[in-house]
Design a protein around this ligand. Structure first.
Ligand code: HEM
Length: 222
């Protein structure tokens, strides 16, 4: 029985590591792919897909994966240091997201086009607001004086649940961006057809990591 349980946990460790490594590679490749297509700096608009992908596919995914028990690149760091790094990555995500939003907003303003008039545009604006609020909401975990009597465990649960929601909003906005006429025009063939799978697969991995950490009978150190 214990041999069976041991081999089962070995299997889930290998599976978790493999899945994590695959996700690190996928989010970096996807960000590189969008950077190659958009060629940041070639036009004002070009900054939008690049910065948004860097924000939500790279920074936000890495900010969550650094707590992954199997594939964190900083597994050996103390939990407090991981928390600081997490906040730094989320801060970078918000900065890139605000700059990416400013680029597309100003570009539309110059072209005299209406704002937030598509599903992608409306959900995207909500996503940037959610990412900003989420980063602010994490402050009481970093500075317990701001917690106002709430227990750390309770704060962590709220932070994880709202963080997952912000991540899913980011993935959905990325997905809708990949359905835009702009993307259809620049990305042809196999790469263009496979690209929408990237935010979907990363979202599945992040969803499984967060729900396992908070809904397992014996919660993981997060
Ligand atoms: C999570 C990531 C993203 C967010 C939060 C986001 C957000 C937004 C927002 C708020 C707008 C509307 C701006 C306005 O109306 O003034 C917009 C427009 C646009 N975005 Fe994104 N975006 C993201 C990723 C992408 C990606 C990856 C692409 C391309 C592959 C893209 C392509 C476009 C295009 C073509 C427009 C102009 C047309 C429209 O308004 O739908 N976006 N985006």
């Amino acid at each position: 029985m214990s041999v069976h349980r041991e081999s089962e946990s070995k299997l889930s460790r290998y599976g978790g590591t493999l899945c994590g490594v695959f996700t690190h590679a996928l989010c970096a490749l996807f960000t590189g792919f969008i950077a190659a297509l958009s060629r940041p700096g070639s036009s004002l608009f070009s900054w939008h897909p690049f910065l948004m992908t860097l924000a939500f596919s790279f920074f936000m995914t890495e900010a969550v994966l650094l707590f992954n028990p199997y594939s964190s690149p900083v597994k050996k760091l103390k939990h407090k240091a991981k928390g600081r790094l997490h906040w730094l990555l989320q801060g970078s995500c918000v900065c890139c997201a605000v700059a990416g939003l400013a680029a597309v907003f100003y570009n539309k303003h110059l072209g005299g086009k209406p704002h937030f008039s598509t599903w992608h545009g409306a959900l995207g604006a909500l996503t940037v607001a959610a990412a900003g609020l989420q980063a602010l909401g994490g402050l009481p975990l970093l500075h317990p004086k701001l917690a106002r009597g709430r227990s750390r465990a309770e704060l962590k649960r709220y932070h994880a649940a709202s963080g997952l929601l912000a991540y899913l909003l980011g993935s959905s906005s990325l997905f809708l961006g990949l359905r835009s006429a702009w993307f259809g025009g620049v990305a042809g063939g196999f790469g263009g057809a496979l690209a929408p799978l990237c935010p979907v697969l990363c979202a599945l991995v992040v969803m499984s990591q967060v729900t396992n950490a908070y809904m397992a009978r014996k919660p993981m150190q997060y």
